[in-house]
Design a protein around this ligand. Structure first.
Ligand code: GLY
Ligand code: MN
Ligand code: MN
Length: 452
């Protein structure tokens, strides 16, 4: 992607400011993700660490960011793979430590091969280290090694860090609030994902298999420039839709069944996350429509709570009321046994049919970082929604065969999921290029045409 050097520098400056506020000075040390072998001589596609990318814009493996935060200045360092003519022939061009300062706005660049003797030098005389405390044993070992080298020099008057802080808390709080560049990328990510859903709906017909629809999703994602899926696509037909983490498999799409697709792409490191449920034959049956419209009404009710100043639980509570009311209307819950809607919410009677939450943060990670409770509230109230936060709204209903459920609803799994940005006085749905209303879905499946 194009690097907005100033953007990444200003993010690092905000982190430095927070370090100063917390301990006056300190050193930030943050590595990216390791490469992961898939099987002999073949790796999983490489994906950088999101926190690391957020502060560097750097996508190569084997890299570390270091920030020396002093009271009046911050000095930034990047360790990365050295240039290597032979490896670059096999694996691709490396930026290299000489180019890193100019290309990415760092003060200094070094080869990763030098890290064990340079890092202790950078750490010396900093009392506070900010790093990933919940990280891998490899980083723990490295950190012990660097601190150990300094401890051995204590007789020379060198101070050894003695306070270790979790840098994730600071970065994640910052990542929760998306800036304009991030929102614009997420808007594009959702638009691409929507094209995948549109094509899958248009492709769908009885006799095909789930993976055929997955192919439509992947085709559009890549054709429109997304680098990857944001998570493994779910294409679940019939009873498979009641398995929440089902993957696209080889089940046949059957006339009369519903199909649920939960799929999103990753564009320039930002995820989209969209779910649609539609009839395989293009026309909702009456019971399918009845259940679907309850989920849609639940989503609308949840969306009506997506305003700055509401708290994170309010969309969920709103969805829950509509879904539970709907379960009474479908005669799946009954008043003699379950009492009122409020009683059924209190006793969690709905949970057999709606077992997940309505929202999660969305960003570089599909289940993005950020506290769900107010970080400074001693009573740990739910997080207040504020401009720049992005969350999903994804109510659903899932009916496995059971004596409590009228047979006409058996094996329906319905979820509708959209991606929402909280604004100052409004919200924006990023993912509505793909229809949600019954009539619009049926129209698209009958008449839609997407360019291939
Ligand atoms: N696709 C994962 C989720 O909806 O949370
Ligand atoms: Mn989701
Ligand atoms: Mn999803």
């Amino acid at each position: 992607m194009t690097h907005h050097i100033d953007l990444f520098t200003s993010r690092r400056n905000i982190i430095a400011h927070m370090v100063r506020n917390s301990s006056g000075s300190g050193i930030v040390i943050l590595g990216t993700s390791p490469e992961v072998s898939r099987n002999r001589d073949s790796d999983f596609p490489y994906r950088h660490d999101s926190d690391f990318y957020y502060l560097t814009g750097f996508e190569e493996p084997q890299a570390y960011l270091v920030l020396q935060v002093n009271p009046n200045k911050v000095i930034s360092h990047l360790f990365c793979r050295p240039k290597n003519v032979e490896r670059e022939i096999w694996d691709g061009i490396r930026l290299g430590p000489e180019a890193a300062p100019r290309s990415l706005g760092f003060d200094f660049g070094y080869s990763i091969d030098e890290i064990n003797h340079i890092m202790p030098e950078l750490m010396k005389d900093f009392m506070h280290v900010y790093h990933r405390t919940s990280s891998s044993s490899q980083l723990d070992d490295e950190m012990r090694g660097w601190v150990g080298q300094l401890a051995n020099k204590s007789r020379q008057g060198i101070q050894t860090p003695n306070e270790f802080h979790n840098i994730e808390k600071i970065i994640h709080e910052q990542r929760l609030f998306k800036d304009e560049v991030e929102i614009s990328t997420m808007r594009k990510s959702a638009k691409i994902a929507a094209q995948g859903h549109l094509m899958a709906m248009q492709t769908c017909k009885p006799g095909l298999q789930e993976f055929h629809l997955e192919a439509s999703l992947l085709y559009q994602f890549r054709k429109l420039g997304a680098q990857s899926v944001a998570y493994n696509s779910i294409v679940a037909t019939g009873e498979n839709a009641c398995i929440l983490h089902y993957r696209a498999g080889n089940s046949f799409l059957k006339d009369g069944d519903l199909c649920l697709i939960d799929a999103g792409c990753e564009l320039d490191s930002y995820a989209s996350d969209i779910t649609r449920t539609f009839p395989v034959n293009g026309k909702f049956s009456k019971p399918q429509q009845q259940a679907y419209e309850i989920v849609l009404a639940a989503q609308e009710s949840a969306l009506s709570q997506c305003f700055s100043g509401k708290h994170f639980q309010e969309p969920h509570d709103a969805a829950l009321r509509v879904l539970t009311q709907g379960l009474f209307e479908l005669k799946i819950l009954n008043p003699n046994q379950h009492g009122s809607v409020e009683d059924a919410i209190g006793s969690e009677a709905y949970k057999a049919y709606y077992m997940h939450r309505t929202s999660h943060w969305l960003g570089m990670d599909v289940h993005d970082v950020g506290y769900y409770r107010e970080p400074n509230d001693p009573l740990l109230g739910w997080r207040i929604l504020r401009p720049g936060m992005v969350l999903t709204i994804e109510p659903g209903l899932y009916f496995r065969p059971s004596p409590e459920v009228p047979e006409i609803f058996w094996n329906m799994g319905i979820r509708i999921e959209d991606d929402v940005v909280i604004g100052a006085s409004n919200y924006e749905i990023l993912s509505r290029d793909v229809p949600v209303k019954v009539s619009e879905i049926e129209y698209w499946m009958a008449n839609g045409s997407i360019q291939i």
